[in-house]
Design a protein. Structure first.
Length: 176
C-alpha cells in the first residue's frame, strides 16, 4: 500500500510545551495556529514524511504579558520570524515507537531533532472520513535556536530554563 496524504485536524490536535520557571516550577504553553500534513501508510511507517508550520505569534501561556514578551525580539521575534517549521528527514520504527527525525527551524536557525512518536490508531468518523492519531514528544535546548534571553534571580539561578519539553498530539484526516 502506498502512502496516503493526511491533513492535521487542528481542532482535534495540539502543540504544547513546558519550560522551567524560577528553577522549581514549570510553565505550560501552546500554539493555537498551525498546520501540518503527513504522508503515511500504517502498514509501512518507515516510508512516512511530515511537515508542520507554526505561527509564532499564536503562542498562548494564559498570561498576556508573558505571551507578548515571548513574541518579542527577546524570544521568538514573531514579526521578523513569523513561523516555526518542521520537516521530517527519516522515520524509524522501534517496536511500537516511531522515531521521527527532522529539521526544526526557529528564528531562521535549523537544527536536527528527533521526536519519539506513537501511532495511536485509525478509524472512520461519523461522517465517513478516515482519521489517524499520533502523539509525539521531544526536548530541545532553546538557546540553540537563538532564544537566549534570561534574568538572574536574587537567590541564585535564572528565571527561564534552557530545556523545553514539547508534546504534539495529532489527529489527521485522509485527504481527498
Amino acid at each position: 500500500m502506498a502512502n496516503a496524504t493526511w491533513n492535521f485536524d487542528i481542532s482535534h490536535s495540539d502543540v504544547t510545551f513546558k519550560v522551567r520557571h524560577m528553577m522549581f516550577a514549570k510553565v505550560t504553553g501552546r500554539f493555537t495556529d498551525w498546520t501540518g500534513t503527513l504522508e503515511f501508510d500504517p502498514e509501512n511507517p518507515s516510508t512516512a514524511k511530515t511537515t508542520a508550520s507554526i505561527q509564532a505569534a499564536s503562542i498562548d501561556t494564559s498570561n498576556e504579558d508573558r505571551d507578548n514578551h515571548l513574541r518579542s525580539g527577546d524570544f521568538f521575534d514573531a514579526e521578523q520570524f513569523p513561523t516555526l517549521e518542521f520537516e521530517s528527514t527519516n522515520f524509524k520504527t522501534e517496536g511500537k515507537k516511531i522515531l521521527i527525525e527532522g529539521n526544526l527551524t526557529i528564528r531562521d536557525v535549523t537544527k536536527p531533532v528527533t521526536l519519539e512518536a506513537e501511532f495511536l490508531g485509525k478509524a472512520v468518523d461519523p461522517w465517513g472520513n478516515d482519521r489517524i492519531g499520533f502523539n509525539a514528544s521531544t526536548s530541545i535546548n532553546r538557546k540553540e535556536f537563538g532564544l537566549t534571553w534570561n534574568q538572574a534571580l536574587e537567590a541564585g539561578g535564572v528565571l527561564v530554563g534552557e530545556n523545553v519539553e514539547i508534546e504534539i498530539n495529532v489527529q489527521a484526516v485522509k485527504a481527498g
